[in-house]
Design a protein around this ligand. Sequence first.
Ligand code: PLP
Length: 412
Amino acid sequence: MIRINEHYKKLQSSYLFSSIAKQVSAFQEANPDTPIIKLGIGDVTRALPPAILEAFHAGVDEMGRDESFRGYGPEQGYAFLREAIAEGDFAARGARVDPEEIFVSDGSKCDTGNIQEIFAEDIRVAVPDPVYPVYVDTNVMAGRTGGFTDGRYRGLTYLDATERNGFVPRPAQLEADSESPDLIYLCFPNNPTGATATKEQLNEWVNYARKNKSIIIFDAAYFSFIRDESIPQSIYEIPGAREVAIEMRSFSKTAGFTGTRCAFTVIPSELVAWDKSGGEQRVHALWNRRHSTKFNGVSYPVQRAAAAVYTQAGRNQIRELTDYYLQNASIIRKVMTDLGYSVTGGEHSPYIWIKTGSDSWSFFDRLLNEAGVVITPGMGFGSNGEGFIRISAFNHSEKVEEAMDRIRKALS
Ligand code: PLP
């Protein structure tokens, strides 16, 4: 008799955004004449920038001629893209990443979800609370947690990200724990809070991981929204990080690739983990084995499009794109601050994290029913999200302005 993976039964209802979608479609059915404005899910709304589109088209045309046609490419990505990434994202910031350390993929959701499978089943995992739900759910699926009680999975270490620590968890919070976590997920600029970490704060994590032989998964999906030069964009700007950190980045929010799909994971050559006999194993080799066994590469035109991000025209155009969303974010920040709410994020991030003080799903219902605006209840990102909502700046500016007008009226 075929049996299921029992760990799936521990998962809490459906994925956050499917729950929201269900409520929104129920509302829309009941109120067909109210146009809904969505500032909920973090999906971009503006078209691919012209330099990127042109490279995408050229890539497609190459596929249409026998002389330039390409079949399977390297699973790790074409050299032209890996070289452009190493130079444009890392060397330009004084961080060393070699092209061979980059694994191109079709998304950071898959990468952040899949990476855990190369580590032992019984490692201890630490995740921030609130958090991008994929880190948690994939560790639940893999059997690294107990059941769900009082808003948390047993066996996971939660790193509180609250008003008290400016939404940036610190290793000092763990010092009292008898057992240190082996795998630590960090995400800056953060989804959902929009918080960023300073060099000193990341330095503390790198030192902690080096001391405790842990590995940090650093999700930098939103690095391109950072406007303050002193804020690190990559964990590899921190000395010693190459020994303890894996970094993941995506073209989704940087360049409007949510529907085009391209991302990458960096695994430095010196990063090691240990087998049960205490033997050192290179994590790069493990991930390379996993990636080339289960993944067959991103399509050639998509990689050409991604490489165009690093041309001068591409750089200017994606800057304009991220500036556009940041301008939306500043409108959202202003309205919510004027209404008297305590607000974080939105300055170096497309997300604004707002303290509502009340139950976050009721606040979601209120904004849906009274303003026709969809936001994300903070509770969906973890128990520390209770009393908060996340508003996303990803929409057309006129829609954001209208949504904020409606919210102003509903909440005034
Ligand atoms: N990581 C974080 C923190 C995200 O918020 C998202 C998407 O919302 C992703 C990863 C997924 O990115 P991708 O579109 O590359 O799968």
